[in-house]
Design a protein. Structure first.
Length: 184
């Protein structure tokens, strides 16, 4: 989702001067895509909401340091990535129990109103998300940025603060790991 750079630049400049309305517009432009990026990384809806909120709070706190001559999208992704990695590190230290509150029949696994192909598509998506979850966070991150967020190698390198060759290597290794998981 590429946004008009001049509009974005004026929003950043206004937000730096204290305009809450300008910051809200930046939030409106990027909140949904950042949420789904984080959701693909953590695989839990409520945690993704919390991390997204934390991402934009950090952006707001540091808006005066944002360079309006650069696109803000890679910066927001970098903040989101750091917040996600922090969450993953904390989660690794403590075990969590998720209780699913389901008012429906707990034994019902398929909604009869969903067409079969939709169910099949959801199952395939879950399977792919499961395989991605087994990858190292760095590999999962580059695949998400490249394939799902459609970042270029240069943009990924900027977000992750790595060289383009390292990004290419991570993508290659991530693909190899996925292939091994598929064949296991």
């Amino acid at each position: 989702m590429e946004h008009d750079f001049l509009r974005e630049k004026s929003l950043v400049m206004a937000a730096k001067k204290g305009s809450l309305k300008a910051f809200e517009e930046i939030l409106f432009l990027y909140e949904k895509e950042i949420f789904y990026y984080i959701l693909r990384m953590v695989n839990h809806y409520h945690d993704a909401q919390d991390i997204t909120q934390e991402t934009f709070l950090k952006l707001y706190e540091h808006i005066t340091r944002v360079d309006e001559e650069k696109k803000i999208r890679p910066l927001i992704y970098k903040i989101a990535q750091n917040a996600t990695y922090d969450w993953l590190r904390k989660k690794k230290k403590r075990k969590e129990l998720f209780i699913i509150d389901n008012d429906k029949n707990p034994f019902e696994t398929i909604d009869p109103l969903l067409p079969y192909y939709t169910i099949e598509k959801q199952e395939k998506r879950k399977e792919i998300q499961g395989m991605l979850a087994e990858l190292k966070p760095a590999y999962r991150n580059v695949l998400t940025l490249f394939y799902q967020e459609e970042f270029s190698y240069q943009e990924i390198a900027r977000v992750l603060n790595l060289s383009i060759n390292t990004i290419k290597t991570h993508i290659r290794r991530a693909k190899e790991a996925l292939k091994r998981n598929i064949h296991d």
